[in-house]
Design a protein around this ligand. Structure first.
Ligand SMILES: Nc1ncnc2c1ncn2[C@@H]1O[C@H](COP(=O)(O)OP(=O)(O)OP(=O)(O)O)[C@@H](O)[C@H]1O
Ligand SMILES: [Mg+2]
Length: 457
C-alpha cells in the first residue's frame, strides 16, 4: 500500500528520474524542476516529505525551505546538496531541515533517511492522537455558547499549534483566563512537557528573581544549601503560565524581559548561562494600558508577551453563555452534593439573566454551588441564589401623589385604577379575556371576577 507522498525538487532531470524510479514502487513521488512549482502544489494536498535541492535556479533551496517551514511546519524536508556546500547545509539544518544527503546520491542512504523521517512523522501523529485523547478525557468542560467565545477558542487552538509563540490573555476577573491558558498548553506540541503556573502577585517582591530563575548554593542568606532550580527551568519544553503578570515589579519585569529576548538567563549567584525553551502564556485582569501610562509596566515587555493577545469579554457582554454555564454547574453540584433538584425555575433563570456579574464566571459558579448546597428544592428559586425575583416590565416604578391634608377616598381610587387597567387591557386584546388577563399578569379567574364586579357596579 502506498501511504506516503514525497515531492522531489531538483533541477537535474537525471536526479529526479533516478530518485523517482527507485522510490515509486513504495511511495507516491511527484517531481519538480523548480521550487516555485512545488510550493504552489503544497496548498492542495501537501506531501509528507520533500527532497529539496539546495542549488536551484530561481528560488534557491534555502529560501524554499524557509517558506515550507513557515507555511507547512508539519512537512519534513531532506536537503540534497553538493559536497562543497557545507556552510549552507549547516544553515539549512538550523532552519529546520530534517536531514541532508550529498550528491552523488547513494540510494541506500537516501532510503534510510526517508525511513527515519517517515517514522518520525508517524510518531508525531501518534503523539497528536494521544494528545487529543488525553484532552477529551481530562479537560474539564469549557462552555462556549456565545459566538465570541467560540471564536476565541478556535483562535487559540490555531495559535497553540506553534510551540513557542507567547500569548497574553486579558480580561476581567473570573472570565476564564487560567482555563484558556491550560487549553493552549494541552493543545500545543508541548503538551507532554510541564505546565508551570506562576502567580506573580503571590511571590514576595524580593523572591521573584530566585523563584523564576533559581539560585546557586549560598547565593544569599537563607538560601537552601543545595541551590534551587527556578520555575522557568521547571517549564522547559512545556508552558510557563505567568498569571497576574500585571503585578510584577519593575525590577522583575526587566529580568524577565532579558530572558524573553534570547531565552537565556543566569541562576542567582551563578555565572553559568542557562538556556530554556518554553512557551510563555501570561494573563492579567489589570488594565495594562493604564499601568504603562503610569510607568508601572514596561511597554517592551507588553509587546514581547503579547505577540498574540486574546481579550476575554465579561459575562455581561455575552449573555448567551449565562444559562448554559448555570445549567452546567447546576448539574455538576447537584451530583456532587447528592441533591435531587428537579431543575432551575424560570424565575431563577430570569434573575440570573438580569444580574450584573462583576465576578463573571467565577461569581456565577460560586452562586450556583451555594444555592445547590443550601436550597430546599425541588426547584432552584431566585431566593436560593440570593437574587431578587425579576418582575420585569410588569412593575413600572409608579410615582403616586402623597395623601393630601384632607385625605383620599382610597376604595374609590382603587376601583378607578382597576377599571382603567381592565378596560385598557380588553381594548388591547380586542375583548379576549385570557389575553387581557395575561397583559395584567393576573390569572384568568381573578380577571373575570374583577371584571364582573365592575360591570355590576
Ligand atoms: N467557559 C467556561 N466554562 C466552564 N467553566 C468556566 C468557564 N470560564 C470560566 N470557568 C470557571 O470559572 C472559574 C474562574 O475561571 P478562571 O480561574 O480561569 O478565571 P480568571 O480569568 O483566571 O480570573 P482571575 O483574573 O481572577 O484570575 C474557574 O473555576 C473556571 O473553571
Ligand atoms: Mg486567573
Amino acid at each position: 500500500m502506498i501511504s506516503s507522498t514525497i515531492f522531489v525538487i531538483d533541477d537535474e532531470q537525471s536526479i529526479r528520474d533516478g530518485i523517482s524510479l527507485s522510490l515509486s514502487p513504495v511511495y507516491r513521488v511527484l517531481t519538480f524542476a523548480a521550487a516555485e512549482d512545488a510550493l504552489s502544489c503544497l496548498h492542495g494536498e501537501p506531501p509528507d516529505l520533500i527532497l529539496l535541492d539546495i542549488g536551484l535556479p530561481g528560488m534557491d533551496g534555502i529560501s524554499a525551505l524557509q517558506e515550507i517551514r513557515r507555511t507547512h511546519p508539519d512537512v519534513l524536508v531532506i536537503m540534497i546538496t553538493a559536497y562543497e556546500d557545507a556552510p549552507t547545509v549547516i544553515q539549512a539544518m538550523k532552519l529546520g531541515a530534517y536531514d541532508y544527503v550529498i550528491k552523488p546520491i547513494l540510494m541506500e542512504s537516501l532510503e534510510t533517511s526517508i525511513a527515519h523521517a517517515l517514522e518520525s512523522i508517524r510518531l508525531r501523529k501518534e503523539v497528536r492522537q494521544l494528545q487529543q485523547r488525553y484532552l477529551r478525557e481530562n479537560l474539564p468542560c469549557f462552555i462556549a455558547e456565545s459566538n465570541v467565545i467560540q471564536d476565541i477558542m478556535e483562535f487559540i487552538f490555531r495559535v497553540a499549534k506553534s510551540p513557542d509563540t507567547p500569548v497574553l490573555i486579558l480580561g476581567e476577573t473570573g472570565t476564564g483566563k487560567e482555563f484558556i491558558a491550560g487549553a493552549i498548553h494541552y493543545q500545543s506540541p508541548n503538551f507532554l512537557g510541564p505546565l508551570v503556573t506562576v502567580n506573580c502577585a503571590a511571590i514576595p517582591r524580593d523572591l521573584v528573581e530566585s523563584e523564576l530563575f533559581g539560585y546557586e548554593r549560598g547565593a544569599f542568606s537563607g538560601a537552601s544549601p543545595a541551590g534551587k532550580r527556578g520555575l522557568i527551568e521547571d517549564a522547559r519544553g512545556g508552558t510557563l503560565f505567568l498569571d497576574e503578570v500585571g503585578d510584577l515589579s519593575m525590577e522583575a519585569q526587566a529580568k524577565l524581559m532579558r530572558f524573553l529576548e534570547d531565552g537565556e538567563f543566569y541562576r542567582l549567584g551563578s555565572t553559568k548561562r542557562q538556556q530554556v525553551k518554553t512557551r510563555i502564556v501570561s494573563a492579567t485582569n489589570k488594565n495594562l494600558s493604564d499601568l504603562m501610562e503610569q510607568g508601572l509596566f514596561r511597554r517592551d515587555l507588553y509587546f514581547r508577551l503579547g505577540v498574540v493577545t486574546v481579550t476575554v469579554p465579561s459575562l455581561n457582554e455575552r449573555k448567551e453563555d449565562i444559562l448554559p454555564l448555570v445549567r452546567h454547574f447546576f448539574v455538576e453540584f447537584n451530583n456532587k452534593f447528592g441533591r435531587d433538584f428537579t431543575g432551575i425555575s424560570p424565575e431563577a433563570e430570569d434573575a440570573l439573566l438580569a444580574h450584573r456579574w462583576t465576578g463573571n464566571v467565577r461569581e456565577l459558579k460560586n452562586l450556583v454551588e451555594r444555592a445547590t448546597l443550601t436550597g430546599r428544592g425541588p426547584e432552584l428559586l431566585p431566593g436560593d441564589l440570593g437574587l431578587p425575583a425579576c418582575t420585569g416590565t410588569t412593575s413600572p416604578g409608579l410615582r403616586l401623589p402623597p395623601v393630601p391634608p384632607g385625605g383620599v377616598d382610597f376604595p374609590a381610587l382603587e376601583r378607578a385604577f382597576e377599571r382603567h387597567y381592565i378596560d385598557q387591557a380588553l381594548t388591547l386584546s380586542r375583548g379576549n379575556e385570557s389575553e387581557a388577563a395575561r397583559l395584567l399578569n393576573m390569572n384568568h379567574h381573578t380577571f373575570r371576577y374583577r371584571r364582573r364586579r365592575h360591570k355590576e357596579e
